[in-house]
Write a protein that binds this ligand. Structure first.
Ligand code: ATP
Length: 420
């Protein structure tokens, strides 16, 4: 008898409500009522951030149980809950459920990474599921099977946890009653074991969703132990219906593919590459900031968009000739949206006009006409400028990242990176 039953679920929610993690927590409760136990933490797996049909963060959920005499009851519970709770009225909600008995194969792992890096069609996912004996259940178009297969298959070499606290159904879609002071307290007591709690640059409480979903708040962490402490500190003045801790690939940079040249990148992929800043960052209408970056294979426009707020100020300090390593993805406009960058080498040399004997900096006397001094009238014929070392607001070797409020679910924050 095959030891484990893997269950994958995706695409059950809509912008008007629900959340696949909430559905999973309801299933886990029903499992508990029937003596069915999970053998691992439930998983929340974030997939390609550019997927066209995502509701919000492109997340799928997976559960793993023993494949014993209760596994057919478990399947029944899962399908019933999906039928009961999915937002079927929304055109864009196309739930998919998969059941798989057995070990995760290398091909399944490869598929999961493809679901993070590329786009997969429903047909492709269905054919793949059949090729390894995975049972699929499609509701409406059943697009959810794409993410459901990936959610059971992704190897979690690096991982984090998320505690999701759920609201009582009668309070769904009403303003959340969270004591913000207690969130600051919780962050102070548990950071960096927990992270992404608050965006201090804007006093933005990141643990609180801004959508009508059943989540009251979510706390992200490196260990599950710290979540108990964090939960005990956060105060709310509305009933808590339930909570659940998920093991996730959030904040692991799993979406990033490391490439050695710009020409190796494709639209809708996320990458890390090094290049030379080719143009001075400029802000355009709408408050987005752009600059060019290049290597021997080509050039690409990099963008720090308006929601990245103060990060644009940091980006504005870059200048042509700087060598940087950037992390991010190529979006709809074909520009590279920066998530973070590391300064490899700053160009701290500026070529300046010569200084006159009288002590004033000279000005150009016209093209190929040398320089003149506006103070004493002296002239020199040479057009040669002189290198001057300038001070910079950025530091060699340092990383700079977007603020919490503008960070992708998959982006690894600097507090999780091994930086010496
Ligand atoms: P939430 O985060 O609130 O749970 P969501 O943003 O995860 O919502 P879904 O409702 O799950 O959005 O919709 C995402 C859809 O995209 C799912 O049907 C999923 O199967 C599909 N999908 C996931 N990854 C890919 C991919 N790489 N290519 C094509 N489709 C994908």
């Amino acid at each position: 008898m095959i030891k484990y039953l893997h269950i994958g679920i995706d695409d059950t929610d809509s912008p008007d409500g629900m959340c696949t993690t909430y559905l999973a927590s309801q299933i886990i409760n029903k499992f508990g009522d029937n003596g069915i136990e999970l053998v691992e933490f439930p998983r929340l797996i974030r997939l390609n951030p550019f997927a066209r049909h995502k509701t919000r963060g492109n997340g799928g959920v997976a559960l793993k149980i023993l494949n014993d005499s209760k596994s057919s009851l478990a399947r029944e519970i899962v399908l019933n809950e999906v039928k009961k709770l999915s937002m079927f009225d929304c055109d864009n909600t196309n739930p998919g459920v998969v059941f798989y008995q057995g070990d995760i194969t290398h091909e399944m792992e490869e598929y999961a990474f493809r679901a993070i890096y590329e786009f997969i069609t429903i047909d492709e996912a269905e054919k793949f599921a059949k090729s390894f004996g995975c049972e699929i259940h499609k509701f409406k178009k059943g697009r959810g099977i794409i993410g459901a297969i990936a959610s059971i298959s992704l190897p979690l070499t690096d991982y984090t946890y998320e505690l999701l606290v759920y609201r009582a159904p009668e309070n769904f879609a009403t303003p959340r009653q969270i004591d913000y002071e207690s969130v600051y307290e919780m962050d102070k007591a548990t950071f960096p074991d927990t992270f992404e709690n608050i965006d201090y640059s804007q006093n933005y409480i990141a643990i609180e969703p801004k959508t009508p979903c059943p989540v009251l708040y979510g706390i992200r962490s490196n260990t599950c132990e710290v979540l108990k402490k964090a939960k005990s500190i956060v105060k709310v003045s509305e009933p808590v219906d339930d909570f659940c801790i998920f093991k996730t690939n959030q904040h692991t940079d799993m979406h990033i593919q490391y490439v050695s040249k710009i020409s190796d990148m494709k639209q809708f992929g996320c990458y890390c590459f090094s290049g030379e800043v080719k143009s001075k960052p400029k802000i355009i209408d709408g408050g987005h900031m752009f600059f060019g970056i290049g290597d021997e294979s080509g050039e690409i426009e990099c963008g720090a968009y308006e929601p990245t707020k103060n990060f644009r100020k940091t980006v504005s300090h870059l200048r042509p000739g700087d060598i940087i390593k950037v992390y991010g993805g190529i979006g709809v406009q074909n520009t590279f949206n920066i998530e973070k960058f590391q300064v490899i080498e700053l160009n701290d040399i500026e070529y300046k006009n010569p200084v006159c004997e009288c002590g004033k900096r000279m000005t150009s006397a016209g093209k190929n006409k040398g320089f003149k001094c506006k103070n004493c009238g002296s002239k020199i014929e040479s057009d040669e400028k002189f290198p001057v070392k300038i001070s910079r607001n950025l530091k060699n070797g340092w990383f700079y990242e977007t603020p919490v409020s503008a960070r992708r679910h998959l982006s690894k924050p600097l507090c999780r990176m091994d930086l010496d």
